[in-house]
Design a protein around this ligand. Sequence first.
Ligand code: SF4
Length: 474
Amino acid sequence: MKDKDNNIKDITPNSMRLKNLSKAHFSNQSSECHPKVFIKTFGCQMNDYDSEILRGILRKRGFVVSGDLESADIVLFNTCSVREHAERRVYGQIASLAHGKGQMTNGKMIGLVGCMAQAHKEKILKDLPYVDLVCGPQHIYQIPDYLEDIILNKKKIVAVDEKQRPADRENHDFRDETKRIKAYVTIMEGCNNFCSYCIVPYVRGREKSRPPELIIKEITSLLKRGIKEITLLGQNVNSYGKDIAGGYSFCDLLKKIDAIGDLRRLRFVTSHPKDAEEEMFRAMAKLPTICESLHLPVQSGSDRILKCMNRKYSKDDYLRKIELLRKIVPGCSLSTDIIVGYPGETDEDFRQTVEIIKQVRYDTAYIFKYSPRPLTRAAGLEDDVPQSVKEERNQELLNLQKKIVRCNNEKYRNKELGVLVESASDKDEKFLVGRSRTGKMVVFEGPRELIGKIIGVRVGEVNTSTLSGEWARL
Ligand code: SF4
């Protein structure tokens, strides 16, 4: 941890609060005396999870976690570095906050947490001088200490030591108490794969598995609080356990979790195509809680580009795995990530990507226009595909994918699906929203008592994003 002894703005009305803070050392639970913290999350599920843990840690220390930006004393941006676009949004929002533009007001303490902090380190204080805390993802457990230190000692803190790893922390104590149906659980941190375009290994470090007993404990605790569905998180879940002494595999973990009573549904992200093997597909088919849904990022359909990306599989390897998966887990839905406009991507390379989408017919595809990320190998290559071409390719894939999903969804018409009911619809309170095991969003009319239950819904209408139907049975 490095301390910067620059001046810090007075976070009025904290002069009174600071008095209370130092007097009470955060032991007083009265919200009158404690700073309000607002957390804004960008990026992936891993960041959602980190923000949830962070909210729990802050609450435990007596901070008031608020959903209201206006009245917050401290604003923490939990950031993502994977896309340039996300970084630009963070910079824009912090600048607006500091200058009191738009809905945001100034006079707050600002912290930049997560992958962007890790990637840009001290430079953030130069670019955004009104930021008080720069904190990499490895240090989220220390954030209450840092905030207290900043408040009491009027300093700035940059905490980006990469050696510290939080993987073996117990998180179940910090989980949000609010009643929910689904929860994420991180099973490992970091990545060893070094895909040429990806900043993750540089900001999240090398792979580190959380001990299985901590994962089981956390899931058990979540189930006791009424959680029905767990999604396991890791940059490459198939590598889980390789660093555990005595040998432990991802499938071992799946079996253990499946055996916990009360768990209704289990999902996981992300699987790397080079490591997704038959054993995992068989576990998906055999273990009743695992949903028939897999995210398998292909990134490109061109072998030449896959090689440049250091993905370590060919288009044919990938297609063979899809064929095997579909044989072992019939009806499994598939989602993917695709990058268009990687350096040197020709029209022919792009056509190969179009072809693989047509062949696999994904249920969801997250399509991104390439942008160079600092520290990565690809950042040293000329970003030579013009922006207009990236836009065109992006649009073509989006249009194609939309047609495929519309067509895929037809198979659900007049079928009854098991739906885990998640919430009332935002658009119309009479309606409820849930998901099938294959991850399809289903909307239907029904009483709120159904929330948290798995019920049968007979699908009538289908469109690109949702299926709508009638509640058939419990
Ligand atoms: S597998 Fe590749 S794309 Fe995924 S996190 Fe690791 S380096 Fe990044």
